[in-house]
Design a protein around this ligand. Sequence first.
Ligand SMILES: [Zn+2]
Length: 568
Amino acid sequence: MALICVLLFATLCAHVTMHGVSGSPLSAFVTVARAEPTHPMDNPNWVPPTGPTREKDPEYWQATGQDRLRLQLEHSKQNLNVAKNVIIFLGDGLSIPTLAATRMYMGGEELELSFETFPYTGLAKTYCINYQVSDSSCTAAAILTGVKNNYGTIGVSGHVPLRNCPLSLQQSNRLTSILKYAQEDGRSTGIVTNTRITHATPAVAYAVSGARYWEDDTELPPGCVDIATQLIHGDIGTNLTVALGGGSRHFYPTGTVDRNGAPGSRTDGRNLVDEWTEQMAARELRAQFVHDRVSKGRTTCRPARLVDRLFGLFSGNHMAYRLLADQQREPSLEEMTLKALEILQRNDRGYVLLVEGGRIDHAHHDNLAKLALDETVELHRAVERTVQQLGDAGFADTLVLATADHSHTLTIGGYPVRGNDILSTGDFARFDRMPFFTLTYANGPSYADHFYETGGRRNPDDMRDRYHDPDFTYPAAVPYEDETHGGDDVAVFAKGPWSHIFSGLYEQHVIGHGLLYAACLGPDTFHQSDACRERLRGGTAGPRRALAHWLAMLMVIVYLRTRTFCCV
Ligand SMILES: [Zn+2]
């Protein structure tokens, strides 16, 4: 009899779990919707979803499989030239689920982002030396200096704990970024970002600091130099050809505003933009500072041939999310990248350019999935136009790498049907008889938007008219003030000279070594490739080409002496 009772109870529990009827043990803890929606598959008349018509034919898969295989076979021809030029596209927080979700956001699971078509792909392990889950500064050190270090530190070795100024000043602890090696080799260097230009990722390219937070002098310990000052006066910063981004507040003193009306935050009274302009004038460099995209309907940037140095600060803080930006005033990532390339490409010796799509990360931190996907599209566009600009010929000596610094906690879940709106609900939980979002986060500030204080989910159907709002948050399972980074690997996409060495799974700092090797830069790589040795002997640059270069420069200078600047 007891056995029969146990079996009956177990059967009842199973029934409850399957159909979520009221009286479920769950109902004590969660709010269960009163209506009686059921999972579509529980309807006896349920019809399985149909995929796109063309995909039902095996011929479609045969043809697309063969096409792709043909491409893969073509990729096996390795490019062993010296990468005279290196362009690093860094999607901050561009996790692998973000890539897949962006394809769906763009209109189809089968689509590819521009850099996803690159011939070689790898995976990088992103932990930094003292944290399983990294931040943007220790990961940028891995990519740009080839050395892993501590969370939150900028361009210093692992011997420097976060916020330790004295140790960050010791020469033996200071790391060297690829931009420094490029400058020493006579190549031009540039940085483009839509974050503050003093933010973690770009800072590692030109600064050394015990903490990413020392963007200006506000919290700076005595003896150390803040990151904004290093951009203007540091040994790398002072030789940058192009620097474009946001964050003007760290360059102007408190009590003043920049040309867009954004207040300065420096407490030392210095105006670093004026200092930059004076420094450039003293060095007789044709320099331009810009703060917006157009002025009186005309582009504010002078033609590239008339500019030796370009410095742009387009907002007080980070530049706006592209979807929310005043697009007439703020340039897009794509526009900034193309302008930088125009100027950098004038150097026959070559260039290194870092382009950061930095706001993917910020949107994720606020659980704003739509904005994160849209910012990923911005990065895709910047790469797409760069690839067009370079053309096939450009890839003979230009290595383009697209990667992320770290992941985030976004997941793509449930069993949504093919073509389902990625910003919508996609599957149905029998558990609480409500649909649920395909995109969810492990943690973040959106918890209260999606869960009742007493437990249980808010019904996504009640929010249906807001799914496409940029400020609509996607659910986080754990309440946390700022959604965290993820500790999983990130993808690395490469095209151009030596791109094949970025295949496989490796530690993130190997990227830094690969870039130096491909570009024939840095102390350890000079004698490792035949093309590099050739270049060092002057075989590729060649005295004749160098002479032609200098003659061309001389003609430009003569021409400019007779002309005034246009388009101011
Ligand atoms: Zn972040």
